[in-house]
Design a protein around this ligand. Structure first.
Ligand code: PMP
Length: 398
């Protein structure tokens, strides 16, 4: 006789939300791009201005980055066939760690295969069931998942509210604690209040880790990120970064003191039990780091582009929230408006992203736009015109 049990896959049959959007022609995910991640991309053969990419410095298609990746494939092949821990560490992994440590002005760095894995591995290696992890409510999903894997007591504070951080830390004296924040928040583009975070955390004996996925290559005089922006490179205990934004590749790293990196190296399961980043990715990051230092004009242009867009959106009457970075959202209230708007923009030749709850708070659906150093004035004018035309047609702006 068959055992009576609910079918695990029942939820898949009942999941209709995405199919409803597809049927309505309003499904904005997994759109297929047929070209490089440049200011201009092709979708279904149609030319579009890309304002949905995290390629902030425009390096993913830079000749030197591509040449470095090709040369690495020629020398080392296409993959490492094992983890960093066993057979998968190449001389270029070690050289990249030294270069990243120097760039981040820390004693040591550790190279992982994705940024997501850095957060999983670092938080769960350092924090255990007797410890506390304190996170901003708007922290990235990978930080939240790292906390879950750690079995620690996880405490959240209200987004960028320092009184609440103080309250949370004050209420949990005694246990060892790690405060983890995004340097730049990935949806709304605002910057963590690092001076107060460091002061409050250290005042309570807690350590501080910054996820600088969207800060590296963007913030600071020389693109070293949020800690450089605030002059706090020494004070922040750990900085993680990803290669999938300004660093033009895929992978991630954590930088800190030699003894902490040494410890993480032996306890981060997402490092030890997962294959190392492939040679081409590693070589691309190394070349990107050189270019960031050799071509500071890219950073300058990124900021010119950012200011032009923020001013342009504001002048039209759009709500752009607290952004201070090349991530510039247009905040709408409901998800349906956001889904419609993204397709009207697409019809005007603009590729933007949409973020709806739970990725953003309820009632704060947004169109997420982000900019590259390689966008020209002409590209940005087309974007502004499209937002003006669509916003007026939808009755969102006057
Ligand atoms: N942290 C933040 C803030 C991110 O935005 C992302 C990527 N979206 C990650 C971590 C994960 O990085 P990766 O893409 O390298 O896995």
């Amino acid at each position: 006789m068959a055992i009576k049990r609910q079918d695990l896959f029942e939820k898949c049959r009942k999941f209709t939300k995405a199919r409803d959007l597809i049927r309505a022609g309003l499904y904005p995910y997994f759109r297929t791009i047929e070209s490089a991640q440049d200011p201009i991309v092709f979708l279904d053969g149609k030319k579009m201005i890309m304002v949905g990419s995290n390629n902030y410095l425009g390096l993913t298609n830079h000749p030197k980055v591509k040449e470095a990746a090709i040369a690495a494939i020629k020398k080392y092949g296409s993959g490492c066939a094992g983890s960093r821990f066993l057979n998968g560490t190449l001389d270029i992994h070690v050289a990249l760690e030294e270069k990243l440590a120097g760039f981040m002005r820390k004693e040591a760095a550790l190279v992982f295969s994705t940024g997501f894995q850095v957060n999983l591995g670092v938080i769960s290696a350092l924090c255990g069931k007797d410890d506390i992890v304190v996170i901003d409510k708007m922290d990235h999903a990978s930080i939240i998942d790292g906390c879950r894997l750690s079995y620690s007591d996880v405490k959240k504070f209200r987004h960028n509210e320092m009184d609440d951080l103080e309250r949370v830390l004050g209420a949990s004296e005694g246990s060892a604690a790690l405060v983890v924040v995004d340097g730049v928040f990935s949806m709304e583009g605002d910057i963590a209040k690092l001076p107060q975070i460091v002061q409050t955390a250290h005042g309570h004996g807690a350590r501080v880790m910054v996820d600088d996925a969207h800060g590296i290559g963007v913030l600071g005089k020389t693109g070293r990120g949020t800690a450089e922006h605030f002059g706090l490179e020494k004070e922040v205990d750990l900085i993680m970064g990803t290669y999938s934004k300004s660093l033009a590749s895929i992978g991630g790293f954590v930088a800190g003191s030699e003894e902490v990196i040494h410890y993480i190296k032996h306890f981060a399961r997402s490092l030890i039990f997962s294959a190392s980043p492939p040679p081409a990715s590693v070589a691309a990051v190394s070349a990107a780091l050189d270019i960031i230092q050799e071509e500071p004009e890219r950073l300058e242009q990124l900021w010119k582009n950012t200011h032009k867009i923020i001013n342009g959106f504001k002048a039209m009457g759009y709500e752009t929230g607290p952004t201070e970075t090349p991530i510039v959202p247009v905040i709408l209230d409901d998800s349906e408006t956001a889904f419609k708007m993204v397709f009207m923009l697409q019809d005007e030749g603009v590729f933007a992203n949409v973020a709806v709850p739970p990725a953003v708070p309820n009632g704060k659906a947004l169109i997420r736009t982000s900019y590259m150093a390689t966008h020209t004035d002409e590209h940005l004018d087309i974007v502004l015109e499209a937002f003006e035309k669509v916003g007026k047609a939808m009755g969102l702006i006057g």
